[in-house]
Write a protein that binds this ligand. Structure first.
Ligand code: XIL
Length: 383
């Protein structure tokens, strides 16, 4: 017993104690770190709204395999970026080409993606023969045939159709398209009615850009009210959302979401991208026919986006999604216009051959700071 507390033994105890403390702390240091796996976009927003992307032919054909992987992982709804527009669907009068559109539909079915048809009636990317029609009755019959043939072919397979795209001017009056000029405003009601007859269960939308501008907003509200009064079914309004770092303001966006929702229709953000490049003459919107000369000044980030701008983009996306989340009861879908920065149409519009950075995934298909901020918004219970 005496020996137990001898000075030499005490020394041993102290040494043992020190050693085991060091060993224990070493063990703790080497325990695998808890890595928190970030949810995907569709998981993060599953209780709020659908999250989608425009997809292109390279993805549908499988050539862009990394793009396909992201689509399957991140999104639960898709919209064809180009292939269902008039010039591709009916390139010659009465001659329809369903091949690509069928493949898009198959892809969405196979991958359990909600499919949005884009679009049935639009003045852009129209087949040239339509402009050649001299007789108004022939034009009306062609429009009817186009809408009915396509909508009935995909009856039951399409969740919703952008029935009419961009029928308004910036001041809220009706755009003087070929259809308005020759057929009068009835072409709008007819297009919705023909689509409904062909596919009664599909949701039907009016889709346009600059839908946050007060005058255009008033025009859109009047248009949808008129359509409904004339017996057309309108289920939703699509706000394209080709936005920039500066505008539209959050207030304009919020007022618009509320105003559209008060019409009793679903609000959708249908073509979201946020340009990080200077805009020629502060151009707003997405009028695809507008094109401007390029210059170094207009294409400042050819190698990479500076951190300062990348942070601005992340902040802008954060603010926008916080607003969308706040109005989740009104918004049914948010669709990005493209999967990654390498593929965005904004590399070529409104100036060709620029290097733009408007989406959540970079040219290597990696999530950007903007992606993480969008996910953070979904997770933040205070928002
Ligand atoms: C764009 C496509 O992204 C481009 O590839 C094409 O060259 C032009 O059209 N509003 C719309 C979309 O409704 O269909 C447009 O898509 C972008 C503006």
């Amino acid at each position: 017993m005496k020996q137990l507390y001898s000075p030499s033994n005490l020394c041993k105890y102290v040494l043992f104690f020190c050693l085991s403390t060091v060993l224990l702390s070493c063990k703790q240091d080497h325990q695998p770190e808890k890595v928190e796996v970030e949810p995907t976009l569709k998981e993060a927003y599953k209780n709020y709204f659908l999250i989608g992307s425009a997809v292109n032919d390279n993805q549908i054909s499988g050539k862009d395999s990394l793009g396909v992987q992201l689509i399957k992982e991140q999104f639960n709804t898709i919209t064809p970026e180009n292939s269902m527009k008039w010039m591709y669907m009916e390139p010659a009068q009465g001659e329809f080409n369903f091949e690509m559109a069928d493949r898009y539909i198959d892809f969405s079915k196979k991958n359990n993606l909600v499919f949005i048809g884009h679009n049935l009636v639009w003045h852009s990317q129209l087949a040239p023969w339509v402009n050649e029609i001299k007789d108004n009755e022939e034009l009306s019959n062609s429009l009817k045939n186009h809408v009915q043939t396509i909508a009935s072919r995909y009856k039951g397979k399409i969740h919703g159709w952008d029935v009419v795209n961009e029928a308004l001017n910036e001041d809220g009056t009706l755009r003087n398209s070929l259809f308005l000029e020759k057929l009068g405003p009835e072409y709008l009601t007819n297009a919705f009615k023909w689509a409904q007859e062909a596919d009664p269960n599909a949701e039907l939308y009016y889709n346009d850009y600059n839908m946050t501008k007060p005058k255009k907003r008033e025009g859109a509200i009047t248009l949808v009210k008129n359509l409904k009064e004339q017996g057309a079914k309108v289920d939703g309004i699509g706000m394209q959302a080709h936005w920039s770092l500066e505008g539209p303001s959050l207030q304009e966006i919020e007022e618009s979401i509320i105003a559209y929702s008060e019409l009793g229709v679903k609000v959708m953000i249908t073509e979201l991208d946020v340009t990080a490049l200077p805009n020629p003459w502060d151009l707003e919107g997405a009028e695809v026919s507008q094109n401007f000369e390029g210059s170094e000044f207009m294409n400042p980030y050819t190698e990479q986006l500076p951190d300062s701008v990348s942070n601005q983009l992340a902040k802008r996306y954060r603010d926008i999604f916080a607003l969308f989340k706040k109005h989740q009861d009104k918004i049914s879908r948010v669709t990005f216009w493209g999967v990654n920065d390498g593929q965005t149409w904004l590399n070529n519009w409104p100036i060709e051959n620029r290097t733009n950075y408007p989406l959540l995934f970079d040219r290597q298909f990696k999530p950007k700071a903007a992606y993480h901020s969008v996910i953070q918004v979904a997770k933040d219970s205070t928002l």
